[in-house]
Design a protein around this ligand. Structure first.
Ligand SMILES: O=C(O)[C@H](O)COP(=O)(O)O
Ligand SMILES: [Mg+2]
Length: 414
């Protein structure tokens, strides 16, 4: 049996409940019709190649089908049997693999996936999802808050832990490592873990609130597992993983280990923009978020609805997907981070709702009176929002918030 590109295009095909359906935006190469390019997408991403094959009839037909073309949008149905259960790298080698570089298209972007239950059920999903708010912090009515000490690398272990303490007692829930802080000589992982958790205990005693720490375990997979064990042994509740740079295979292995310890996973998305920033090409943040949920992160950075310092794709839509039904899979708590300060909170929370984690680095540590005042300002802005009061009203009672608003107003930073 020969396989030709035309075998992968059938505009009468109706996807079954078992199919994984992907929507792509494509720009066909010069001289190539959309139909020809669309059939090549389905071919190369499933069981075809550039040549018509004469291999013979003895194979299971794992061919994908382009079944819909609407302008530059195409939809491709993949049979569930194409995918090894629970192997996310293998899924991506199909639906976001060779096709990203094929000459039949000038650009191609994987925009969205509709995941069938048969594929989803092989993944663990998050252990806690947004229930971390209640299960770890006992909070039901407000966003949880986090802060990343700045400078993002270079602080000594003692200084880093002290910044955490100041932020915790000022009202922040979570100390968070930055994406490029792991186990460097100026601030070794094990020392940082021990010292931070010790000051975490002090902050809990002082405030009567639960405090926690998102320590970055990102490394080769074997080292990540050791670090996960260490965090559990020392009484942490979370680990943080740079999920894009560490890779999905590493994340999947970490997810197995965190389940054993009952730890939550905070997912930083550094490098996502290499895949999703150019609107015509790559893999959308929406799809990266979908994969993150399947692989089982509890918290995921999804942007700031355009209000912060980083370019964002559809934060609200992505957050909606993360909260939506997926065959009973636990949801994911979205994290808004990157260039936020107290003056932006009302607009942010109007856009995202309060079932989020709000992270401020510079927006706390850049406060003219220091970290603790910055943390007080953030907490006051959050509490005011939940109580239905304006931040200017809250600033009349909380001078730290007044100072922050004076400094940054409601401007979006760059
Ligand atoms: O990792 C993060 O989310 C950040 O370091 C954000 O820092 P910022 O609040 O200073 O932009
Ligand atoms: Mg950062």
């Amino acid at each position: 049996m020969g396989i030709t590109y035309e075998d992968f295009l059938d505009l009468d095909y109706e996807p079954t409940d078992e199919d994984l359906v992907c929507t792509f935006r494509i720009d066909p190469a010069t001289g190539m019709s959309t139909e020809a390019a669309a059939s090549r997408v389905a071919s190369e991403s499933s069981n075809g190649t550039w040549a018509a094959l004469q291999t013979g009839a003895d194979f299971t037909d794992m061919g994908a089908t382009t079944f819909d073309i609407d302008g530059d949008l195409i939809r491709v149905a993949y049979p569930a049997g194409l995918f090894e259960p629970g192997n996310m790298p293998q899924v991506l080698s199909c639906i976001a693999g060779n096709i990203m570089g094929m000459k039949a298209v000038d650009t191609i972007r994987l925009l969205d996936c509709e995941w069938p239950e048969s594929v989803v059920s092989a993944y663990p999903g998050p252990l806690y999802g947004s229930s971390v708010r209640e299960e770890i912090f006992g909070v039901t009515d407000r966003p949880i808050t986090a802060t990343v000490p700045k400078p993002k690398v270079g602080l000594s272990t003692a200084a880093h832990a002290q910044v955490g303490y100041d932020a915790w007692v000022g009202g922040v829930d979570l100390l968070k490592d930055d994406e490029n802080l792991t186990d460097q000589a100026f601030n070794p992982f094990s020392d940082r873990l021990t010292e931070s958790l010790s000051l975490r205990d002090d902050a809990e005693d002082e405030t009567g609130e639960t405090k926690s720490y998102l320590i970055n375990v990102t490394a080769d997979t074997r080292t990540m597992l050791d670090r996960v064990d260490e965090v559990a042994a020392q009484g942490g509740e979370y680990v943080m993983v740079d999920i894009i740079t560490a890779g999905w295979a590493g994340l999947q292995t970490v997810r197995e280990r965190t389940e054993k310890h009952g730890l939550a996973i905070h997912a930083h998305r550094a490098m996502h923009a290499a895949f999703d920033r150019l609107p015509a090409h790559g893999v959308s943040m929406r799809v990266l978020a979908q994969i993150s949920r399947l692989c089982g992160v509890d918290q995921l950075h999804t942007g700031t609805a355009g209000l912060g310092k980083l370019a964002n794709e559809d934060t609200v839509g992505i957050n909606g997907w993360l909260a939506g039904d997926l065959y009973g899979t636990t949801d994911v708590l979205p994290v808004a981070s990157g260039g936020l300060h107290p003056g932006l909170l009302p607009d942010l929370l109007d856009a995202t709702g309060t079932n989020v984690c709000v992270q401020l680095g510079g927006g706390i540590h850049g406060h003219p009176d220091g970290t603790r005042s910055g943390a007080v300002a953030l907490r006051s802005a959050i509490d005011a929002y939940v109580e239905g009061r304006s931040i200017t009203e809250a600033a009349e009672e909380t001078p730290e918030l007044a100072v922050a608003l004076d400094k940054w107003g409601t401007e979006t930073p760059r």
